[in-house]
Design a protein around this ligand. Structure first.
Ligand code: CA2
Length: 148
């Protein structure tokens, strides 16, 4: 059975490519999902790609997938900068976590410079647009031993 990489997205990321394109670019979350699948498929990995605007739903998804996913690629959106609860959930995940941001959060407002997730992540990708998601998937594949 194909191993699965969980790709979880937090609040407002459903608006990618629709609003604030000067910050986040014109690519949509559907484009990000397609990039993840294109990266994962040749290595024999499936992708479980989700987005929610509700913190509890996000945490429930982490609990649901924590023991079956090979690793997690997470763009927690604004929860990155605010949520101990999201960090506590992701800290229970045995596989590697890659934190992704579409924009370069370090070139933006100071409140975006702090991440509750970075200290528990195997890697952090920011400012690469939706290509960052594909980089994150590639990194999970490398960290978990490559193609099955
Ligand atoms: O750059 C990223 O990927 C972020 O995680 C996006 C979050 C932001 O809070 C983080 O600091 C950085 C925002 C999600 C997208 O929000 C949108 C709001 C309006 C229009 C389009 C997207």
């Amino acid at each position: 059975m194909a191993r699965t990489i969980a790709v979880l997205n937090g609040p407002n990321l459903n608006l990618l490519g629709v609003r604030r394109t000067e910050v986040y670019g014109a690519d949509t979350l559907a484009d990000a999902e397609a990039a993840c699948r294109s990266q994962a498929a040749p290595a024999g990995f499936a992708v479980d790609f989700r987005q929610t605007n509700h913190e509890g739903v996000f945490i429930d998804a982490v609990h649901e997938l924590r023991s079956t996913a090979a690793g997690f690629v997470v763009n927690a959106g604004a929860w990155t900068h605010t949520s101990v609860a999201v960090r506590d959930a992701l800290e229970t995940v045995p596989g590697p976590l890659i934190e992704v941001h579409v924009s370069n959060v370090h070139a933006r407002e100071p409140f975006r410079h702090h991440s509750y997730l970075a200290p528990i992540a195997a890697g952090v990708i920011a400012g690469c647009g939706i290509q960052g998601y594909a980089f994150g998937v590639a990194r999970i594949i490398t960290l978990t031993g490559g193609p099955a």
